[in-house]
Design a protein around this ligand. Structure first.
Ligand code: AMP
Ligand code: ZN
Length: 565
């Protein structure tokens, strides 16, 4: 239901707000005009007719004449006085009776009525609309996802039950929005769900279930939904969702993987058949401080080092790259080769201890992951987590120094900063770095905007909810064989295009032309992949390549090499 306050709020937004400023300026102009007329009235009355009036009488006269009320109680009796009164009347008609109402109608009333009409729930997408993405629920994740859709030129429509949000998104951000209840079958039909490419559902779990059921009763368009509680995944599938994304669990796992300082365990990020893409911290391996050439990782294990992560920056290593103690290596190889590396890295030679600051949905998921490794951890939260009965955190505000010191932060090897407030996360990152200069800090950014601040505050890795969520949604949408490593790096699989067949890797200039590097190559008829193939390797027709690059480089690769039919 629309309240008067929410209707008035319309005038404080976007275009209406700018128009309000114009109205104020115009009113100021009218006040000044009345004041000038009042002064002139007094001067003329005194000089022409010898009569004296107060300033208030002058204002009263100017307003009655300008509004053509003209009570006739104060009038001039000289020609010059008549001329002045005529000018005041005409200017009043023009400025007060014509321009002012016209301005009010065109600047406020018309846009307001137009706005009402536009956001009626019966409004629908034009017939024949197809291939678009229908998005239910706006938050930082869908916002980041929309930015990716815009870059790729994929059309979309957002459905929101919140009238003000619909108006704001459309007015301020120029998004295509339809206001209406997401569980209303008419709305589902109006946004042409049946001919859409995908439906993305991102509200609370019960609402998501409801929307999936409604969409399924209408059409078979694939649905991807985010889920708060992983235990609800089954229900959502039952309701018709094709892809259920337990984002908090994934984020918790990402944070946990990067927080542990035990070097011995590689974490597999993704698999392409037998080929695994994995991360392992340099710390705890015998390679720390050595160049890649000295480390001899390929010679000793067969693994290819395809990237080095250090404080949020991923670089493609060369022979002379030094493996810094705090860095993570991104490796490509088989599970056996990873095992060989783990053996080389040796057993845990030190006890690990991770502090998890924030025992919400993500912190709890991180704790579960560490439990299984197993790595000891301590949880800190100021509140109880009603959906967790397994963990016992230390209760207290983590921003209070004594809470962390009292909990023994000085013993921590790693810290996961995962509260739902980015200011708190920046503060906790800075405070942990100050208390423990050598600890590994992994921080969560609730908004993409705060990623840089978290790195500046001293985080070793930042995981952004919005980017991880948006990347997963995009991968689902494009049904990509693409692994999401972390912010801004993709590993993807492509069949060799005709134009590349018969060339060597060096001769293809893939790296020069696109920035992507070939991580592995599977030759036709072979099941094993050749990891990090040397530049002189021949690209045989029918081979499959696995490449690494930024999302932009992946796009360039597709434009340069895949756009042939
Ligand atoms: P979630 O977004 O579900 O991962 O929840 C975030 C968690 O962070 C909640 O359980 C909050 O109680 C917790 N939290 C927020 N601020 C603080 C703080 N200053 N100290 C400790 N815990 C906090
Ligand atoms: Zn828990």
């Amino acid at each position: 239901m629309k309240t008067i306050a929410s209707e008035l709020a319309y005038f404080l937004r976007g275009r209406a707000q700018k128009n309000l400023k114009v109205l104020f300026a115009y009113c100021a102009f009218l006040v000044i005009l009345v004041l000038i007329y009042a002064v002139l009235f007094r001067v003329l009355m005194w000089n022409l007719e010898g009569r004296e009036f107060s300033f208030i009488a002058g204002v009263y006269w100017a307003i009655t004449v300008m509004t053509t009320l003209g009570f006739g109680d104060i009038t001039f009796h000289s020609d010059l006085g008549y001329i002045f009164a005529t000018v005041v009347t005409i200017s009043g008609v023009i400025f007060l009776l014509i321009i002012l109402p016209f301005g009010l109608i065109s600047l406020f009333l018309a846009p307001w009525i137009e706005d009402r009409l536009r956001h009626q729930a019966t409004y629908e997408l034009p017939e024949g609309t197809s291939g678009h993405v229908v998005i239910f629920g706006m938050d930082a994740i869908t916002r980041a996802f929309i930015r990716k859709l815009q870059i790729r030129g994929i059309s979309f429509v957002v459905v929101t039950p919140d009238y003000d949000e619909a108006a704001r998104l459309e007015e301020d951000e120029g998004l295509h929005v339809i206001h209406g209840s997401p569980t209303d079958i008419e709305v589902i039909a109006a946004v042409r769900t049946d001919s859409a490419r995908y439906v993305i559902v991102n509200l609370s779990d019960p609402e998501n279930v409801n929307i999936c059921l409604t969409v399924r009763s209408h059409c078979q368009t694939p649905i991807a939904t985010l889920v708060d509680d992983p235990e609800h995944a089954g229900l959502l599938r039952l309701a018709g969702a094709n892809q259920v994304i337990p984002l908090h669990k994934i984020l918790g796992r990402y944070l946990a993987v990067r927080s542990t300082t035990c070097g011995a365990m590689a974490h597999v990020l993704d698999s392409f058949g037998d080929l695994k893409i994995a991360e392992i911290p340099v710390h705890g391996t015998p390679f720390s401080g050595h160049t890649l050439q000295e480390a001899q990782i390929r010679q000793r294990t067969g693994l290819g080092v395809i990237g080095i992560w250090e404080r949020g920056v991923l670089t493609m290593p060369t022979r002379d790259t030094v493996l810094a103690d705090k860095a993570l290596m991104v490796l490509a190889g088989t599970r056996e080769q990873l095992k060989a590396l783990e053996l080389l890295a040796g057993e845990k030679e030190e006890e690990d201890l991770i502090f998890i600051l924030g025992h919400g949905r993500i912190g709890c998921a991180a704790a579960h992951f560490l439990e299984h490794k197993p790595v000891p951890f301590i949880l800190v939260d100021r509140e109880e987590n009603p959906s967790c009965t397994e963990h016992i955190p230390i209760y207290g505000d983590a921003t209070v120094r004594n809470t962390l010191m009292g909990a023994g932060l000085d013993r921590a090897k790693g810290v996961i900063v995962t509260t739902n407030d980015d200011n708190t996360n920046v503060f906790l990152t800075l405070a942990s770095r100050d208390m423990q200069p050598h600890v590994r800090i992994v921080a969560r950014a609730n908004s993409e905007k705060n990623v840089d601040q978290l790195y500046a505050a001293g985080a070793d890795f930042v995981v952004s909810n919005a980017s991880v969520g948006a990347n997963i949604l995009l991968n689902v949408l494009e049904s990509k064989a693409s692994a999401f490593l972390t912010e801004g790096i993709n590993v993807f699989r492509r069949s060799l295009s005709k134009s590349l067949a018969g060339q060597t890797i060096a001769g293809s200039h893939i790296r020069v032309r696109t920035g992507c590097s070939i991580v592995a190559l599977t030759l036709p008829g072979e099941s094993d992949s050749k990891v990090s193939p040397p530049p002189e390797t021949l690209l045989e027709a029918g081979s499959v390549m696995i490449l690494i690059g930024t999302p932009k480089q992946e796009e360039v690769f597709d434009t340069v090499f895949m756009n042939e039919s």
